[in-house]
Design a protein around this ligand. Structure first.
Ligand SMILES: [Zn+2]
Length: 362
């Protein structure tokens, strides 16, 4: 069986050649080439990597990242991997592939816009920060000023944030403008009110002056004394009086005459010179002396805001501060001051204002 031996030997020989040859080929192949994954994205080669698991993990981690203001990430298509031998000269870089994959991923950010009157003015990183800024702005703010500040969630593929200082600066300017606007409006309203008040006051003054002029006592041409300016409100009710003299009425309260420039503030009772004048009611003498056109004048305060005045006296029997009883003699009829004949000019004043004596007497 020599031929068997021969062939076996030949077979071993061949096998040896094949094995050695293969080994050489494989060795040569591994010197020139290496096994890697070709990575493609939507059919386009983006690079070569050695470790498929590592890069897949890397991409997953990137997609799931929601740190900071990242709301979510989206990838259009997952990369595909193909195992193959490539020339060792080919650049194999996991970093480049990761960057290329990341380029196809869209990141959406969530930020917080602060609005004024519904209009977004600044964007900050968190709701807490937005609220903190709003609270600071509202601090010490006049309650009448409504800044109408609000917070809105803003989703964007670009992350643009205002720093806290920027946000405070921008919103602070808006606040300052609003405060100024409010203060100007208040000042304007105040000025308008003051103008209205001044106008009313000027009108009242003009009226008072006209009235005072109309009632100005005829110091020069009239008879009786001045009506005390602007009739004060009647503060006391009438009291009962007796007639201080008896005689005939020569001029009534409220009448006008050629010898007077104004309305008559008292009642004139004509009677002989020297006739005794008695107190119309009990009271305290507040004035007893000469007083311009009134001549010798006696004033008695009866309390409750009531007074009686007795003018043109020829004699005065009382003095200021003295208490007098009803009917007691206080003076005598004359024609001192502005008078054309002997008479008693009697005034009854309630709350400082002359009233018609005939409401009480004669
Ligand atoms: Zn008179």
């Amino acid at each position: 069986m020599n031929w068997v031996k021969y062939y076996t030997r030949e077979a071993f020989k061949t096998l040896k050649v094949v094995t050695v040859g293969s080994a050489i080929i494989v060795s040569v192949a591994f010197i020139k080439y290496r096994p890697v994954y070709k990575v493609t994205l939507s059919g386009e080669t983006i690079g070569y990597i050695e470790n498929k698991e590592s890069i897949e993990e890397n991409i997953e981690k990137y997609l799931d990242d929601t740190t900071g203001n990242i709301a979510f990430r989206e990838i259009a298509a997952m990369p595909e991997y193909e195992f193959k031998l490539v020339n060792r000269a080919e650049n194999v870089s996991e970093k480049d592939v990761v960057l290329a994959v990341q380029d196809t991923i869209t990141t959406t950010y969530k930020t917080y816009g602060i609005t004024v009157d519904g209009e977004q003015k600044v964007v900050v990183g968190s709701q807490d920060e937005a609220e903190k800024i709003i609270n600071e702005l509202n601090e010490d703010l006049n309650k009448n000023i409504d800044l109408k500040l609000g917070v809105v969630e803003v989703f964007s593929t670009e992350l643009t944030l205002n720093s806290e200082d920027e946000a405070k600066g921008t919103l602070g300017e808006i606040k300052t403008a609003k405060v100024k606007e409010y203060e100007e409006a208040v000042a304007k309203e105040k000025a308008a009110k003051a103008a209205a008040r001044a106008k009313a006051k000027a009108l009242a003054l003009a009226q008072a002056q006209a009235q005072a002029q109309a009632q100005a006592q005829d110091e020069t041409q009239g008879i009786e004394g001045a009506v005390e300016v602007a009739a004060a409100p009647v503060s006391a009710g009438p009291i009962s009086f007796i007639q201080p003299v008896s005689g005939s009425i020569s001029s009534r309260y409220g009448s006008r005459s050629s010898v007077r420039s104004s309305v008559h503030t008292g009642l004139d009772i004509a009677c002989p010179q020297g006739t005794t004048i008695v107190a119309a009611a009990s009271g305290v003498v507040t004035f007893a002396g000469y007083n311009g056109s009134y001549g010798n004048l006696i004033k008695i305060d009866h309390g409750n805001g009531s007074e009686t005045w007795y003018a043109h006296c020829s004699a005065i029997y009382v003095s200021a501060g003295q208490s007098v009883a009803t009917g007691s003699a206080i003076g005598a009829v004359g024609q001192t001051g502005n008078a054309t004949g002997p008479h008693l000019h009697l005034e009854i004043r309630i709350g400082g204002a002359p009233v018609n004596p005939q409401n009480y007497l004669y």
